[in-house]
Design a binder for this molecule. Structure first.
Ligand code: ARG
Length: 471
């Protein structure tokens, strides 16, 4: 059998040990090439680093090394031009590329796999690929944060009813509300950056499971690939996918934050709230109800959160029953991981754009804030400053609110004489306290909603995001 058609027929790709060919169904069931081909760049990058090290160690001669470089360059242009023929018979991305290399350069192509197994190869590929995707996701998270900081700045004076239990609680600055999400996304970015450190370690050199008898220089390969170190145990290196699980968990949290934001955008855009409008390009109409404009993008993002959380469950379940070391189960890590990355990137991109096209309706927000006795706590605090114990003040204000509800007025609309019936210490200065703006200004504490605090937070976020971008 010729050198290159040995890999062309999968039933004979391994050895002469196999006496019958695989059925078409089993081939299709076991193959991964139709989804793992997206790892091709990482696969070639890893192979080139491996070959360079083999040459430096005198395991591969200079001529073979040059042939491998030449062949890989050709394969790269074939794939980029869409001319590479991916073959199901060759099972996965690794065997497809290696077989093509051998077709192109002959026996040197077969020498590439010295001291290597597909087990450490695939683990390396996934890590290289994921590392770059984490960087792309990090940049998208930054862009979304910046977009939200900008909306905050443009709406510095806007007041929103703050809710607990979805009941009007206390007024908050609209920007303060948005910056809560910026905090979440900032922590998400930190989590991803932290996970990246553990993703960015080198399995190559672990070979199938036990290491290899060739004098490989693993540290050199790690340096070439820009990795932060080598995996220190060969069995662990080829078998654990905790780095992918950790990433998926961080990704699921990003989506959970996006989903909470989506839920608010959907509520805020409903007729009952009327706080915001989303640009038409993020919405769709109804085929039957001509008046409808639906917030499809946030709804889909909320839905896709289930999908990403599902992938996390899939990956973590995939791992739980596996004995050391590599098992074919691990081939199932790819589709959930790929889909998580795709979904997350699209969602972040679309949300950053959508924030830029947000219409804020300050009057509606303020009207809603005035409806639910949002400054009742402020009246209680006022009485405490006049010497009452907070519990007593709370009780007095409850009576005042009851009266106000009965008359259909806000606390600030009750005449002073009426208010003074609840406590004689109430004076004309109470009306400043009962105003929405007075309530906001009073919460001038680090992390609080006073406009001065929100402005300081905007400045802090801007500086932080600029520093991260420059990094
Ligand atoms: N396609 C395989 C995967 O994704 C590559 C490793 C196969 N190794 C093996 N011993 N069959 O995990």
């Amino acid at each position: 059998m010729s050198a290159d058609n040995q890999l062309d027929n999968k039933s004979q790709a391994w050895s002469a040990l196999f006496s019958e060919p695989m059925s078409e169904l089993v081939k299709r069931y076991t193959a991964s090439v139709f989804f793992d081909q997206r790892l091709w760049k990482a696969d070639i990058q890893g192979s080139l680093a491996h070959a360079e090290m083999l040459a430096a160690q005198g395991i591969l001669n200079a001529e073979d090394h040059a042939a491998i470089q030449r062949g890989m360059a050709q394969i790269t242009s074939e794939i980029e031009a869409g001319q590479f023929e991916w073959k199901l018979d060759l099972e996965d991305v690794h065997l497809n590329i290696e077989a093509r290399l051998t077709t192109l350069i002959g026996i040197a192509g077969k020498r590439l796999h010295t001291g290597r197994s597909r087990n450490d190869q695939v683990a390396t590929d996934v890590r290289l690929w994921l590392r770059d995707e984490i960087d792309a996701i990090g940049a998208l998270l930054q862009a979304l944060q910046l977009a939200m900081v900008e909306v905050t700045e443009q709406n510095a004076e806007v007041i929103l009813p703050g809710f607990t239990h979805l009941q009007v609680a206390q007024p908050v600055a609209f920007g303060h509300h948005l910056l809560a999400y910026v905090e979440m996304f900032a922590r998400d970015a930190e989590r991803l950056a932290d996970a990246r450190r553990r993703v960015n370690r080198l399995p190559l050199g672990a070979a199938a499971l036990a290491g290899t008898s060739y004098p490989l220089d693993r540290e050199r390969v790690a340096r070439t690939l820009g990795m932060e170190g080598v995996c220190q145990n060969s069995l662990d290196a080829v078998s654990d996918r905790d780095f992918a699980i950790e990433f998926s968990s961080a990704a699921a949290l990003v989506m959970v934050h996006i989903s909470r934001l989506s839920e608010e955008l959907i509520l805020w855009m409903s007729q009952s709230f009327g706080f915001i409008d989303l640009a038409d390009r993020f919405c769709t109409g109804s085929s039957i109800m001509p008046q409808k404009k639906n917030p499809d993008v946030p709804e889909l993002a909320r839905g896709k959160t289930g999908r990403v959380v599902g992938h996390l469950m899939g990956l973590i379940t995939l791992m739980k029953g596996q004995p050391l070391a590599y098992n074919k189960d691990n081939q199932e890590d790819k589709e959930p991981l790929f889909d998580t990355v795709d979904t997350l990137k699209d969602t972040l991109r679309i949300f950053a754009e959508m924030m830029g096209g947000l219409t804020v309706k300050p009057e509606a927000m303020e009207r809603a804030a005035l409806k639910g006795y949002a400054t009742a706590t402020d009246l209680a605090d006022y009485l405490v400053k006049k010497g009452l114990a907070f519990r007593d003040a709370h009780e007095i204000v409850a009576h005042a609110v009851k009266t106000a509800i009965a008359t259909g007025l806000d606390l600030s609309q009750l005449p002073l004489a009426e208010l003074q019936k609840f406590d004689g210490r109430i004076e004309a200065d109470v009306f400043e306290v009962l105003s929405l703006r007075g309530s906001l200004n009073a919460r001038n504490i680090l992390g609080g909603t006073a406009p001065a605090q929100v402005r300081a937070q905007v400045a802090r976020h801007r500086a932080r995001l600029a520093a991260a971008a420059a990094h």
